[in-house]
Design a binder for this molecule. Structure first.
Ligand code: IMP
Ligand code: MG
Length: 178
């Protein structure tokens, strides 16, 4: 698996430290509240697991799955729901937990989807952002790291369903997907 990696971008220590900073901000902003953390499957499952264990406020957790990539490294631009919410978000504070923002189309779609379902507030917590790739105005309230336009894997992120279990975020060799 590591043969397919050209460089480690963020190691475990760096990720852990940044997540505890993000968790501290969330705890402060949501003091005396019980937000619903909505993890966007599958890429954010490891981020969610580490993030919620650093929180000292009560939270509820739900999952949503959307699709716009298939087995490609480029967004198709059309977002669709593959697994819907189980909890009722009406009147609730929601924090969307997403692995990475590239074009931003997924996050925008999900934010609007949750607002449409009557959430009182929607915040976004994103581990990685590729600002150069945005195709729209994207609101990220809690951001882990800004990165360049490389395709990255590990710490939950995949290429064709592989590499999610790498404990760090790494740049995938271009020859793997070109
Ligand atoms: P967007 O809609 O173009 O912002 O794409 C967001 C989704 O595409 C993310 O939630 C990821 O699942 C996937 N994605 C975008 N860039 C990468 C990457 O570099 N590695 C792995 N997945 C990515
Ligand atoms: Mg994702």
């Amino acid at each position: 698996m590591t043969y397919d990696i050209s460089a480690i971008l963020l190691d475990e220590e760096k990720i852990e430290k940044r997540i505890s900073d993000l968790a501290a901000c969330i705890c402060k902003d949501f003091e005396n509240k019980t937000p619903i953390m909505i993890s966007v499957l599958k890429g954010s499952f490891i981020f969610l697991a580490d993030l919620v264990r650093s929180l000292t406020i009560p939270v509820e957790i739900d999952f949503l799955a959307v699709s716009s990539y298939g087995n490609s490294t480029v967004s198709s631009g059309v977002v669709s729901i593959k697994k819907d919410l189980d909890v009722d978000v009406t009147g609730r504070d929601v924090i969307i937990v997403e692995d990475i923002v590239d074009s931003g189309l997924s996050l925008k779609y999900i934010t609007e989807y949750i607002l449409k379902h009557g959430a009182a507030s929607v915040s976004t917590c994103v581990l990685l952002d590729k600002p150069e790739a945005h195709r729209d105005d994207i609101k990220i309230d809690y951001l882990g790291f800004e990165i360049g336009n490389d395709f990255v894997v590990g710490y939950g992120l995949d290429y064709a369903e592989k590499y999610r279990n790498l404990p760090y975020v790494a740049i995938l060799k271009e020859e793997i997907y070109s």
